[in-house]
Design a protein around this ligand. Sequence first.
Ligand code: NAD
Length: 354
Amino acid sequence: MNAVSKTISPSTVFDHTEFADHEDVVFVRDKATGLKAIIAVHDTTCGPALGGCRVWPYETADAALTDALRLSRGMSYKNALAGLDLGGGKAVIIADPRKDKTAEMMEAFGRHVERLSGTYITAEDVGVSPDDMEAVARHTRHVRGTMATGLGDPSPYTALGVFAGLKAAAAHVHGSPDLSGKTVSVLGLGHVGYALCQMLHEAGAKLIVSDIHAPAVLRALDEFDCQAVEPSEAHRIEADIFAPCALGGILNSRTIPQLSAKIVAGAANNQLQTPLDGTLLRDRGILYAPDYAINAGGVISIALATPGAGEDKVRTKTLAIADTLTEIFKRADAENDTPERIADRMAEERLGKR
Ligand code: NAD
């Protein structure tokens, strides 16, 4: 036994702080390829559990288990709130994606996914490339989000959903979804952030852009009539909307008092550093669009697209993110609560947990 496998026992799982009545937690080992993985199926009330596969060099098995339990639960909430007939699951492979990952390892992972008979459906996540997913798909039908199974890159749909969400937030705060003339500070000009900027530019919004990657900023300056600021200034600069599209944790006790915008709505996952930060935003009168509600366009595209078809269905469902957010904002006002707690409650209602 090595250090990684020694630290897990059944009681480790059932007593784990992230354990939330998960339906299945499967520990996977394939000695020949070095595969060591955990597949967590949190809840299948709404349908089979869809969630990405992450390859990461976790230092301990407990760290991998923590991620699998936490992320699979998050997928249940995200899929339920998006109105998808899918449950929540997640797989983590304990390996360095640059050094340890091989096609054979991914194929072995595919065989194990197949063994679950469709209870868990896998997709790309951190550390996994389209080629890796092709390897997985050679051994299981239960894969989504590849070119062969759908529309490919989910980022344009994530951006479309965020754009729709920005309009819903503007309508709630300003009485109109019209973004023309509104100033939007976009932090992070990657796959989602850049596509969002394109839509905002076309809608007549004034853009302020920032990224640690200088070429992305130069490209935006070239393409849009916009201003660039340092990433550390993105939340402070005067703007109507702050759209975090880089990394998580951007909303915290340091940044929230410095925020200028009255709306925070962007694609980044886990924007609130702690649950308390949602209350801090509300106390400052800032409307926050819960991240997992507004950034669901990508999972919608993965879930609903079929080879060469389904784009209309995906677009319609993605644009409906605006309706979900409008309901969240109204309920938050009526129930004097924060939007992210309302979002959780709405997801739990669909999961039959309330
Ligand atoms: P990406 O990797 O393509 O882009 C991220 C961008 O952020 C890069 O340009 C990077 O240089 C920049 N960045 C990183 N750290 C930064 C910092 N400290 N300050 C400023 N810029 C920084 O990622 P993406 O696919 O565009 O996703 C963006 C965010 O949205 C991530 O949090 C991701 O988890 C989330 N998200 C993405 C999708 C999707 O479909 N791609 C779906 C749901 C959620």
